[in-house]
Ligand binder design. Structure first.
Ligand SMILES: [Zn+2]
Length: 176
């Protein structure tokens, strides 16, 4: 299956998606997989900022999107605030994260690199082959989803960090 076409973004979305790339790089610097996520209100208020911390915690559910969703949950934000926010993720949410996003009540997602392109770099990853678009389409409440976006910039985050022998040597198969 060919990679999905890149989708255009407005300057607001592009700005916040790039912030998820910043968090992805922060994850990598700390020895984690290079994934970042941020949740932002429509008027630009940050509700959550997170990165994948699976490597430093040993918790295989510590994906960036999961950690971001946990932040808005523990903050006990009003449902209408969450529903009006957008989650920006440096890469396409996996099945676990997409389901958590639905459960949390987030209704809009923008992501950078899609899994088809990511698998060219790391074909050993992703234990469940389900598109986040399919999961969001099956959600009880609709979730708008844009991606892949800013593909060249998103790809640079992963190419730089995942082509190193050190990262490959310390990797397990399925936790991101
Ligand atoms: Zn995930």
């Amino acid at each position: 299956m060919p990679p999905e076409d890149e989708q255009p973004l407005c300057s607001f979305d592009a700005h916040w998606l790039r912030q998820s790339f910043v968090w992805a790089n922060a994850a990598r610097i700390r020895g984690n997989r290079p994934f970042g996520a941020i949740i932002v209100t429509a008027d630009g208020r940050i509700l959550a900022e997170a990165f994948s911390n699976t490597q430093e915690t040993g918790d295989s559910t510590g994906h960036a999107e999961m950690n971001a969703v946990r932040q808005i949950g523990t903050a006990r934000l009003p449902a209408d605030v969450i529903a009006a926010a957008t989650l920006y993720s440096s890469a396409e949410p996996c099945a676990m994260c997409a389901s958590a996003i639905c459960s949390a009540g987030v209704r809009r997602v923008v992501y950078g690199l899609d899994w088809q392109r990511l698998q060219h770099i790391r074909p050993d990853l992703r234990p469940i082959h389900l598109s986040c678009h399919d999961i969001f389409a099956s959600a009880t409440e609709p979730v708008e989803c844009a991606g892949p976006c800013l593909v060249d910039e998103a790809l640079a985050v992963y190419e730089d960090s995942w082509l190193s022998a050190a990262d490959n040597a310390s990797s397990s198969n399925t936790d991101l």
